[in-house]
Ligand binder design. Sequence first.
Ligand code: CA
Length: 510
Amino acid sequence: MHPADNVAIVANDGGLPAGTRLPGGQVLVDKVPQAHKVALEDIPEGGAVRRYNVVIGYALKFIAAGSWVHERLLQMPDARALDGLPIATAKPTPMEPLAGYTFEGYRNADGSVGTRNILAITQTVQCVAGVTDFAVQRIKAELLPKYPNVDDVVALEHGYGCGVAIDAPDAAVPIRTLRNISLNPNFGGEVMVVSLGCEKLQPERLMPPGAIALVDQRTLQEAPLDVVCLQDEAHVGFMSMVDSILRQADEHLKRLNARRRETVPASELVVGVQCGGSDAFSGVTANPAVGFCTDLLVRAGATVMFSEVTEVRDGIDQLTARAATPEVAQALIDQMVWYDAYLARGRVDRSANTTPGNKKGGLSNIVEKAMGSIVKSGSAPIAGVVAPGEKAVQKGLIYAATPASDFICGTLQLAAGMNLHVFTTGRGTPYGLAQVPVIKVATRSDLARRWHDLMDVNAGRIADGQATIEEVGWELFHLMLDVASGRKKTWAEHWKLANQLVLFNPAPVT
Ligand code: CA
């Protein structure tokens, strides 16, 4: 990955047997599995092991050239202290604007643009999930066929709303997350809420009047919040509740159905990028291609969010250096400080991130994983920072602070206003969301071959020598415009694979 590295990874399918002579003349001492590291030179006990020109660990004993370098041979470095960081020191040459790219999207009254036309039904509390789901099945069967311009009806089910310390400071995170998801561009401003009645998260608390601009599209007046309350005395029997939900849904569906796609500039894209089920190829193939595409999107004036605090923590010095202003750098540090304390409360640190699959895929520790993860962000200056559950309002490259957990990160990126999601994976995950299209990028050709009807892009061709990072980046860029326009569906959409929303609740439950 860098001329100063003293390890490299085996790209070959199936790994390489002991005795294999490498192009540099080293002979493999051990059988080395695919994606795993091999020492390019003798490394003394205590010596630094470098990949991406970063120290990913110190040798616990002498490692001979040609040996398999796995996690049991490495001592992980401590996390970088959060003081004395380089602040907005990188002065990248300004990137040439990329003009002329468009997609077909749904313009919203608030200025945002949707890539899908979906009726979302917000729930204040988990208690109403069963009833709402029952109603959604009937809406799909009985109402949706009348409205061919509406793509789907989605219940925003979650585990929050009651039995929680709702006045704890950190409760602001799940509450604003749910509020902002309800206002995601793909829902056309048609907010509809199902409430139980006695729950802690009352509809007015979730959607404070005046705090959100719910506009009646016909009168252009502020619209009252549409709430179906199951404990309302007017409801006699279960079917009465279901009928209320259907009656209200029908009003929203009529308005959503009247909307049409129109040509909008690529700058209206709000793309969330993340990875999951990563391996040592993630930082070699898929994530660099996504990073190249991130630069294209930023040049086109779009918004791109990267996230996953524990997967950038070890590269925080790179990020603060790339911050557009000292204020952005400080906001990045503030998010790291908060998350360090959050992890410390649970008596762990960022090293709790890695999974058995990551390690099987050659990633020795979180330092190595983070260096591969961070390259999704490309090379643009970081223009802003969004706290968990907040909405991104700026264009350009944004750091949206979220846990690395795939479903929590996706949920928080939805709240931040994402209208398109890009997800890279090396081990393989069928991840999808019902609320936005998810384009999945495989890091390895072996995965792309076996999961040919789940992976949308094969970045493994980069390791195979069949495509360059730039070529795969451009392919992804064009695919994004096609998917955003509804001209193409992702595999997750084709199979209707959707993970649940998982709200990030750092506050206590009661
Ligand atoms: Ca993730």
